[in-house]
Design a protein around this ligand. Sequence first.
Ligand code: AMP
Length: 219
Amino acid sequence: MSRRVLILLGPPGAGKGTQASRLCAELGLPHVSTGDLFREHRAKGTELGRRAQEYMDSGRLVPDDLVLDMLFDRVAKPDCARGFLLDGFPRTLPQAEALEKRLGGGTAVRVLDLRVADKALVDRLTGRRTCRQCSHIHHVRTSPPKAAGRCDRCGGELYTRTDDEAATVEKRLAVYRDQTQPLQGYYQKKGLLQEVDGDRNPDEVFRSLRQAAAGMEAA
Ligand code: AMP
């Protein structure tokens, strides 16, 4: 079987992280999230983590060269040999072009584009609580944890990411529109893009994503 790469596209707050975890469990693919990789670097206090911090906390994108080195190191690991799911990457056209070059032929690529109306995104992001330990996501209203402040999955501490605070959320959405949304046209032209309505309950969204990903095997 050739390598397959699934790309989850969509604005911050569209549910990429939550849906990516479920899809990866279902499809047996490793979940590669550049946001999670940067947060791991920050938690470990690496040089890369320190350089990424100022961009992340202000809602801007980390420069492409830093992202690409980190990402390519990750997908060179043996668990990615048969494929992987990308969550939060690519976010700029140069990143998409670099990925394409790196993958070369022999890789089946499918881009699933989660569409969510702007007004819903702000509510989702500012209500989000992330587990410090396993990155699992809760929401204060739609998926509150059973024990206050503790992750249902692993018992880790839940926190509000600095970049999920209201002022930064607006900035992240503007950055998305300027720098990431052009990727829709890029992948559309290549015939790789499949839109999925992300404005429904998470189970329905998951079913659509699973269907779209399964279509890929036949492609
Ligand atoms: P996320 O968890 O995907 O929302 O990412 C959190 C932050 O990490 C973003 O707001 C960016 O500052 C940075 N980041 C994550 N992925 C990328 C990427 N592919 N390109 C540039 N910056 C990124």
